[in-house]
Design a protein around this ligand. Structure first.
Ligand SMILES: Cc1cc2nc3c(=O)[nH]c(=O)nc-3n(C[C@H](O)[C@H](O)[C@H](O)COP(=O)(O)OP(=O)(O)OC[C@H]3O[C@@H](n4cnc5c(N)ncnc54)[C@H](O)[C@@H]3O)c2cc1C
Length: 484
């Protein structure tokens, strides 16, 4: 059986693998990404708080601290280059007591050592000017103006689309389950599917330990799955907060936060509970109560009745407490990107850069790709109709009448946007893939109005029956049979 050979095979298309693929796309190297899920961002990267943390949280001197501050610094430029929504809205950690103030001062001192710019402790008056709905009992806050927010899965799509545009091959529903090494090439296998690479980047998130185990290596720590649940509020509640607001952390962790999202919603959560299964993204009644209680401490008047959806993500918490990014101690050219819990998203631009340096030091020859395309697609066109200005909208409709037909009324997504998402470098072929690329189905009605039309568009584009259209995975058919 023929097998395709690459210089580098990246295992996992979460934000870590995506950033490495993005960095490598600038060079003349053959790269493949294998991903167990049906799409980019199938795990932790899909469901998190979406905060680009400033970097005062991680212990001084840790790899986490270093990469968080650098990643936060790099994020804006990457987002701008790839047309990803990002906002440097800043973050506030609020305090109620003298004890909290002491803790905020410690966080500020730590942040300064880590290199976080412009940190300040502000008083209650300034805090309430900035956030009028915050509890009147809050007396202090640590203000970090360099923190931001980004859409995590859109960032991952954009990075992977850029890599695909520049020649990286993506293999979805490819669950690495066996790895052989012949002294030069690693062969990564999923049953009969196989690819081989001289260098391996193990960016499998919650499953990095299992990938290491496939070459007989035990990582020097365990990965504990810790679930975080969320509520997402309707855009009508956007005045709840305009900065990311945390409470002073306790020994249980950072606690519940309230934050705007780049799309104008309000996100509330997460809690942090150890779960048995790494795939347990269920949402529980107790979990939602815990979140509601935490949110009311920050903004007592928060309108949680305006929740339009709930979801959960699972953190890959390493028992050593730090990121572990290095070449395997046992196998050359096998690089682990492990223990990437929060602030993994914020750190991701720096993780990409860091892994590139490791690959270079391992001997990977990096000649610049002279035909490098810096945008998501060849023609740079990835704007959605709702993101366009008047002139761009008129032009889009002139080029393609489908931009004049609104499919999702809540989010103003047109047929043109959906067809474009289906034809992009990493094509959408399920309802949820279209949803995450266009926001169709993410509004107040959660897709009840537009889902059927999206299914028709997918069926038309792929020339398949409506009953063959999937919601999110290979066995999730939306419709079973014709009833009349
Ligand atoms: C509740 C929660 C809140 C968070 N909040 C924030 C935040 O606000 N800010 C922040 O900076 N960070 C946050 N994080 C952390 C951040 O989400 C993660 O650090 C980051 O997403 C990790 O990315 P990753 O690519 O390393 O892993 P993942 O996103 O898990 O990606 C790994 C990929 O590998 C694939 N994979 C696994 N096994 C295999 C296999 N055998 N073969 C092929 N593919 C495989 C998976 O399907 C997955 O797509 C949060 C995380 C959670 C869960």
């Amino acid at each position: 059986m023929s097998i395709t050979s690459y210089d580098v095979v990246i295992i996992g298309a979460g934000i870590s693998g995506a950033m490495v693929a993005y960095q490598l796309a600038k060079y003349d190297v053959r790269v493949a990404v294998v991903e167990a899920g049906i799409d980019v961002a199938s795990s932790s990267t899909r469901a998190n708080s979406a905060i680009v943390h400033a970097g005062y949280d991680a212990k001084e001197g840790t790899l986490k601290a270093k990469l968080n501050v650098r990643g936060c610094e790099m994020m804006e430029e990457i987002a701008k280059q790839l047309g990803v929504h990002y906002s440097r809205c800043g973050s506030l950690v609020i305090g109620f007591t003298e004890q909290d103030l002491k803790h905020l001062k410690l966080l500020m001192a730590r942040g300064e050592v880590n290199g976080v710019p412009n940190l300040e402790i502000i008083d209650g008056k300034r805090l309430h000017e900035m956030e009028p709905r915050v509890s009147p009992d809050a007396k202090y806050a640590l203000w970090a103006p360099s923190a931001g927010i980004v859409c995590p899965y859109d960032l991952a799509y954009a990075l992977c689309e850029n890599a695909a545009t520049n020649g990286t091959d993506f293999y979805f529903e490819f669950k690495a389950s066996k790895i052989d090494y012949d002294g030069e090439y690693y062969t990564v296998m999923d049953g009969k599917k196989r690819v081989r690479g001289k260098y391996i980047v193990n960016a499998a998130g919650l499953f990095v330990d299992e990938i290491a185990g496939m070459v007989g290596e035990k990582l020097p720590f365990d990965i504990i799955p810790r679930r975080g649940e969320y509520m997402l509020l309707d855009k009508a509640e956007r005045k709840t907060a305009s900065h990311t607001i945390f409470v002073t952390p306790s020994e249980k962790g950072k606690g519940i936060l309230i934050s705007p999202t780049v799309d104008g919603n309000i996100i509330v959560g997460p809690n942090a509970n150890i779960v048995e299964s790494k795939m347990d993204t269920s949402v529980t009644e107790e979990g939602l109560e815990e979140i509601a209680e935490g949110a009311k401490i920050i903004v007592p008047s928060i309108n949680l009745d305006a929740t339009i959806t709930t979801f959960a993500g699972v953190r890959a918490t390493p028992t050593n407490g730090d990121f572990y990014i290095q070449e395997s101690n046992k196998f050359k050219n096998f690089i682990h990107v492990a223990g990437i819990e929060s602030p993994g998203l914020a750190s991701s631009p720096a993780i990409g850069e860091y892994v590139l340096d490791i690959l270079k030091n391992c001997g990977l020859e990096l000649r610049e790709n002279e035909e490098y395309i810096p945008t998501r697609t060849k023609d740079g066109n990835c704007k959605l109709f709702y993101e366009m200005d008047e002139k761009e909208r008129v032009e889009a409709i002139k080029q393609d009448q489908r931009y004049a037909k609104v499919v999702c009324r809540c989010e103003m997504v047109t047929e043109g946007d959906i067809v474009n998402a289906i034809r992009r470098p990493i094509p959408a072929h399920t309802i949820d893939m279209v949803k995450r690329r266009t926001r169709a189905g993410m509004g107040r009605c959660q897709g009840n109005y537009c889902r059927a039309r999206i299914a028709e568009l997918i069926a038309d584009e792929y020339n398949i029956q409506l009953t063959e259209v999937k919601k999110f995975a290979s066995n999730s058919n939306l419709l079973l049979r014709k009833t009349k």
